[in-house]
Design a protein around this ligand. Structure first.
Ligand code: 13P
Length: 352
């Protein structure tokens, strides 16, 4: 990579991690967006997906709290349908929101390892990255999935996914694109907080060893990880303070200080719970990396449920998105409160 490219990547990282800003993940694959739409009786057509995402991205004031958006392949090629039709990445860039792109092709069952997944998409990736750059992307994302079970995850699964993540990251940097390296440890199951910490720690250590092996420049990546949480079905649901402590202990032990930023995924937590925990994590000081959010569901759920596919609900849905973005912006500064949550008329509808 040239000096110009490495400077550009550093400034992309700095802009993505600007104080009080986070990333909106809007890169749901076809099956995932179909599932979310189906629950609200919205049919998952190209037009509806485009209209929905355009509604999100044109939210007035969004760039006060959102520094970047992760797009899906279909969306990065779409144009805004209202006003002068311009490409979505260009529309985002004009609002000072950096366009990014999910480049993995989803998971497949890992052969001979029941219950485990391997993320696909390395074939032809070099050419795809060059094309995404032309389309305006400045960062990329690849998600690996690690499940916790009685005898899961296996070292084989973690290592295979870590290799793919590292190859993705090296190829992204070669193209001058900042890779968001996302090994997600799933919340599904009855495991404890301690077990999640153990698995997250093992996963991160393996991922960083692979990044190191593949000569990835750690200063020009972002890590996207889950918070350390008890499984959804665990009878003991630890409080925000315990979650914050476990998360930070785990990250301190496994993530090199050279990494400039860590962004959290929401992973199926309710939107308010994700914000409360983010706030508790970000209240701790003396950390070597910047922390922020890169939520999908925890930013979008209330907006999608308010929109319901109807143009009449656009303003209210945008207000719901802006509210969650603002609450999470406060949380990354450790300033979120119940008062801030109550402030908006478009209060979240997904609090359990
Ligand atoms: P969630 O916040 O809904 O987990 O999505 C984030 C993401 O980008 C998963 O890859």
């Amino acid at each position: 990579m040239s000096n110009t490219e490495s400077h550009e990547m550093e400034s992309t990282v700095a802009a993505l991690m600007a104080v009080g800003k986070g990333i909106l993940a809007a890169d749901e694959s076809f099956p995932t967006i179909e599932k979310r739409f189906k629950a609200l009786n919205i049919s998952s057509t190209e037009e509806n997906r485009g209209t929905y995402r355009e509604m999100l991205f044109t939210t007035p004031g969004l760039s006060d709290f959102i520094s970047g958006v992760i797009l899906f392949d279909e969306t990065i090629r779409q144009r805004r349908s209202h006003g002068v039709p311009i490409a979505i990445p260009e529309a985002l860039a004009r609002q000072a929101i950096i366009p990014g792109i999910k480049v993995d092709l989803g998971t497949m069952a890992l052969p001979a390892f029941a219950g485990e997944k391997f993320t696909q998409g390395v074939d032809g990736l070099r050419e795809k990255l060059a094309a995404y750059r032309e389309l305006g992307a400045r960062f990329t994302k690849w998600r690996a999935v690690i499940a916790i079970g009685e005898s899961l995850p296996t070292t084989t699964c973690i290592e295979a996914n870590a290799r793919a993540l590292a190859l993705f990251a090296a190829l992204s940097q070669e193209a001058g694109l900042v890779p968001i390296v996302e090994p997600e440890v799933l919340m599904d199951g009855g495991h404890t907080l301690a077990r999640c910490e153990e698995v997250t720690s093992a996963t991160l250590k393996t991922v960083f060893a692979a990044l190191f092996d593949h000569r990835v420049v750690l200063e020009a990546i972002l890590l996207k990880t889950g918070m350390v949480l008890p499984g959804k079905d665990c009878p003991q649901q630890d409080d925000v303070r315990q979650v914050a402590e476990a998360t930070l202990r785990c990250l301190r032990r496994a993530v090199p200080a050279a990494v400039p930023g860590i962004v959290f995924l929401s992973g199926g937590q309710s939107d308010v719970a994700a914000t409360e925990r983010l706030n508790a994590i970000c209240q701790r000081s003396g950390l070597p990396w910047r922390l922020s959010f890169s939520f999908g569901r925890a930013l979008q759920d209330a907006a999608l449920k308010t929109w319901k596919g109807s143009p009449a609900n656009v303003a209210e849905a945008q207000a719901a998105l802006l509210h969650r973005a603002k609450c999470n912006s406060l949380a990354v500064q450790g300033k979120y409160s119940e008062h801030a949550e109550q402030e908006s008329p478009a209060r979240s509808k997904t609090h359990p």
